[in-house]
Design a protein around this ligand. Structure first.
Ligand SMILES: [Zn+2]
Length: 254
């Protein structure tokens, strides 16, 4: 039986820890200390590290964790730690015998070119590709690439739990309401998410079903989103990639 829980890091990052009571896998350990203290407190041994993309707030703790314990690192790591990392590509399977668990890999270029997602049955660790009611800024990839990555997420089962790497939900909802002010699912989730945050609880993981119903970056085919994106862009938009790119640009300037 695996437990999946968030370890808060920095201002608003979540390092996801998957453990079986004895061994643990850390996803995107941007900082070592919160992971170390959790492992120590719970009596867990680190078995592997997964990195969704090279940004420092996802990889910065890897070096220190490897000094504590030499474990395999899979994913997108640049710089001096790259030689100790096993690069992964879509379709790869990563087996962690200590849990035991086998993670799948999806390529998610967009936020960065090297971004990947890791799957377990019913779960997606998507880093900065998709957020609660939002998506990652396109630092390296094109809207075409990012949309193709999001479409891979849309193809997963509706009850897939979306383990993203930041607590941005309320901020994202504020923007989403500009795009789709009358979306009842969005307004309902806003109230629930506010209650969670008031009690100091994370709003993630969410489900893919919830994101499909309220995340404007996945709703490039919804008439209200197309209308709002066209109005903001000042010209009629039709193709999903145009709608997605316009909503992303709108968010960047918001
Ligand atoms: Zn990032």
């Amino acid at each position: 039986m695996l437990t999946i829980l968030p370890i808060p890091a920095f201002e608003d990052n979540y390092i996801w820890l998957i453990h079986n009571g004895r061994h643990a896998v850390a996803v995107d350990p941007g900082e070592a200390e919160p992971v170390r203290s959790f492992l120590r407190r719970e009596g867990l041994n680190l078995a592997a590290i997964l990195a969704t993309h090279h940004h420092g707030d996802h990889t910065g703790g890897i070096g220190d964790l490897l000094q504590d314990r030499a474990v395999p690192v899979y994913g997108a790591v640049r710089g001096p730690l790259a030689p100790q990392t096993t690069p992964v590509a879509e379709g790869d399977l990563i087996t962690v015998p200590e849990l035991p668990a086998t993670f799948g890999v999806l390529a998610f270029p967009g936020h960065t070119r090297d971004h990947v997602g890791f799957t377990l049955p019913g779960a997606l660790f998507c880093g900065d590709t998709l957020f609660g009611i939002g998506c990652g800024r396109l630092f390296e990839g094109t809207p075409e690439q990012a949309l193709a990555s999001l479409k891979k997420i849309l193809a997963l089962p509706d009850d897939t739990l979306i383990y993203c790497a930041h607590e941005y939900t309320l901020e994202n909802i504020r923007f989403a309401k500009k795009v789709e002010s009358g979306n009842p699912d969005l307004l309902q989730w806003e109230a629930a998410a506010q209650a969670l945050r008031k009690n100091g609880r994370p709003t993630v993981p969410t489900t893919l079903a919830l994101e499909k119903s309220a995340n404007p970056f996945l709703r490039f085919e919804a008439p209200d989103v197309i209308r709002a994106a066209s109005a903001h862009a000042g010209r009629p938009l039709n193709a999903p990639v145009e709608v997605f790119a316009a909503v992303r640009a709108w968010r960047d300037g918001a």
